[in-house]
Design a protein around this ligand. Structure first.
Ligand code: KMH
Ligand code: ZN
Length: 271
């Protein structure tokens, strides 16, 4: 099996200090969490921009500072969010692509997201893909339900996405595909040949889905964006703590962990 690429989704747009005191907000906090997670074994860091008070933003300058701070100390891949937060417009979400980050998320459809709607109209998805191609940004296709895999394949046929594709199967968002093994196996069976995939289980499914990713030859995403607990009733102390557990599990299950440069080759980052 290929080496394991661990993604740390360190903050997201929705988790607050009321949920957990450990979620990083400011660029400095996000960068420190990212560097610590990379030292623990993550090769991709998925980041959202926040203002210092925690408000989610797609402000390009905030992303620029996060990227520069991480770059100064680590070779880890920085993957920016173009999903932002529920309610943001597609054009404000897309602005960060012009920074030419190595990697960015590309959500492949609309999904109910808790009490809100994460809106991704077909024309907007195509525009995100076009801009990523124009700026040489490697997309990670965010899939919240099975039909979104078919959407990504249509975009590939239209020449808006270049294969092999790299997917993040997000499982357990209330409104999206439930985080169950049968659903994961079904989604993996739908992926176009040659795809790479990681799985992000939400809440307590983070550990089970990441373990499934290790066993099935996929990859694993963990972090406070998706899950704030280490165990029932015990908050994770940091993103690095969640990453470290995956590194230990991978070792027990016979999967070596990829370095950032190995991950670049595996997920198709060419620049
Ligand atoms: N915050 C969610 C509404 C992404 O980063 O691309 C969307 C999200 C996906 O987190
Ligand atoms: Zn995100």
């Amino acid at each position: 099996m290929d080496k394991l690429v661990i993604t740390a989704a360190v903050n997201g747009a929705e988790v607050t200090r009321e949920n957990t005191p450990h979620v990083p907000y400011s660029p400095e906090e996000v960068a420190n969490a990212a560097i610590e997670a990379a030292e623990a074994g993550a090769s991709i860091i998925h980041v959202h921009a926040r203002y210092a008070d925690g408000t989610a933003t797609q402000d390009k300058e905030v992303y620029r500072e996060i990227i520069e701070r991480i770059r100064a100390k680590s070779r880890v891949i920085v993957q920016v969010s173009t999903g932002g937060a529920v309610g943001m417009t597609a054009s404000e979400r897309a602005d960060v692509i012009s920074l030419k980050p190595e990697m960015a998320t590309l959500s492949a459809g609309t999904v109910n997201f808790g009490d809100g709607v994460f809106y991704n109209a077909p024309a907007d998805i195509e525009e995100f893909a076009r801009r990523m191609m124009e700026h040489g940004v490697r997309p990670e296709i965010e899939v919240f339900d099975t039909g979104m895999i078919a959407t990504a394949m249509r975009l590939m046929k239209k020449g808006l996405l270049l294969g092999p594709l790299h997917f993040d199967l997000v499982m357990g968002v209330p409104g999206g595909v439930p985080a169950e093994m049968a659903n994961l196996l079904h989604m993996v069976s739908m992926l176009p040949n040659g795809s790479t995939w990681t799985v992000a289980g939400i809440g307590r499914a983070q550990l089970t889905m990441a373990t499934a990713g290790i066993l099935l030859g996929g990859h694993a995403r963990v972090g406070l964006e998706d899950n704030i607990y280490y165990a029932k009733g015990r908050l994770a102390a940091s993103n690095a703590e969640l990453v470290s557990r995956i590194v230990r599990l991978a070792a027990e299950l016979g999967r070596e962990v990829a370095t950032p440069d190995e991950a670049r080759k595996m997920v198709g980052i060419t620049k």
